[in-house]
Every structure is written in C-alpha cells, then in structure tokens.
Design a binder for this molecule. Structure first.
Ligand SMILES: CSCCC(=O)C(=O)COP(=O)(O)O
Ligand SMILES: [Zn+2]
Length: 209
C-alpha cells in the first residue's frame, strides 16, 4: 500500500473544520447555490480543499479532498475549479494556513456597479479584526480583478500583484467574489467575516449617497 503524503489526522481535522466553516458561511448568505471554496494547509506540499460543486449549506467531511500545491488531486474526485487560486497562495507563502472564498451580494454589487479596480475600506473600527491592523485610522485597499474562466491566468495575475506588494489581506473578482487568507482558519474566518460585513456597510453607504 502506498503511504499518504500527508497525515490522516491532519486531514480529518481539516475536513471537520472546513465543513463546519462552509456551513457557517452559507448561513451568512455568503456562499449561495454551491458557490465558494475553502481550503486549509496540511503540510509544506499539500492542502485540503472543497470538492467542486458541493452545496456549502450541507457541507460534510466527505466533501473535502487533498491536492498538492500545483493543484493536482491526491486521490479520487474533482477539486474546486478555483483550486489554483488557493494553491498559488500556499506555494508563495509558507505562513499561509487557510484560504476562504465567498460570493456575497455586497462583493458582487460593489464590483459590478462601480468599474474601479479597487475597493477602499477606511475609518472602520472593524478593520482591527484584520491581521496587522490596530487602529480604525487605517485604509485597506482591496484590488478588483476582472473575472475570468481561465483560473490559471487569474492565479498568475494575482501572483504578480502580490509580488508587486499591491495586495495585502484580500482581493475581489468582479461580479464573482472575495478571496482572503491567514495563518490559520480562526484568523481567516475572522478576517472574512469582517471584510464581508464591511463590504455590506460600504454598499449601504454608497446607496445612501
Ligand atoms: C456556482 S458558482 C460558480 C463557480 C464558483 O465561482 C465557485 O466559487 C465554486 O466553484 P467550485 O468548483 O469550487 O464548486
Ligand atoms: Zn467562485
């Protein structure tokens, strides 16, 4: 029997965490209609990630599989169609332990209605939920990439912008959703929840004029 290139207990723990996180995000309304994908690092060369097309409101441990950091499945099944957007982050930074991607109403409207290449969040106390931010007197610029079905090209574009220092905590894809990452799942979840909340606030404020 071939040995697995990752620890079974790390995989089980990641599968439990990812399934619970997905159900939580679905309840917020940020992962409708099978959208979104979530991952957690297992070791230097592998990550656990959601299988493609799964209902995130019903997410189970069996909906999680393993990929290497080139996005190749380890074992049976089809990983998320957006796997390269996750593995690209793990590959470039060993300190990244979790990646979350959601499809919220606010992220969609903000990036479709306004053609800008970034969304700025400024002056909010909740920014302090983000790693490295310790005052509301902060400005977070979230770059917006045009949507594409060519995920490899999109991942390469994201990589270039990260190299250039133009992305810190997160990025948006126009008419699609939000990606964010952190050292572990609790930090990543906290960051995602803060960002989605602030995007909804930002949208409300723009509507109010
Ligand atoms: C139904 S949403 C379209 C695909 C998408 O953007 C997404 O986040 C889910 O894709 P996956 O392959 O991870 O299920
Ligand atoms: Zn998506």
């Amino acid at each position: 029997m071939t040995e697995r290139p990752y620890s079974t207990s790390a995989y089980r723990e990641a599968a439990r965490t990812l399934a619970a996180t997905g159900r939580r995000l679905y309840r917020h309304g940020w992962s409708p209609a099978t959208s979104s994908n979530y991952s957690q690092r297992l070791n230097a060369g592998h990550a656990a990630i959601t299988r493609s097309g799964r209902d995130k409101g019903l997410l189970q441990e069996t909906d999680i599989m393993v990929v290497d950091l080139d996005g190749r499945p380890v074992g049976d099944g089809k990983p998320s169609a957006e796997t390269l957007l996750h593995t690209g982050l793990y590959r470039r930074d060993p300190a990244i332990g979790a990646v979350l991607h959601t499809h919220s109403h606010a992220a969609t409207v903000l990036t479709m209605h306004w053609p800008a290449d970034h969304v700025t969040l400024e002056g909010y106390e909740l920014l302090k939920a983000l790693d490295g931010i310790d005052t509301h007197e902060s400005r977070l610029t979230i770059p917006v990439f045009d949507n594409s079905q060519d995920i490899a090209a999109l991942a390469a574009d994201v990589d270039r912008q990260l190299d250039a220092g133009r992305i810190t905590h997160a990025y948006l894809i126009r008419g699609h959703g939000l990606y964010t990452w952190a050292a572990d799942m609790p930090a990543c979840y906290r960051q995602l929840e803060a960002l989605e909340t602030l995007l909804a606030v930002e949208l409300d404020r723009r509507r109010l004029g």
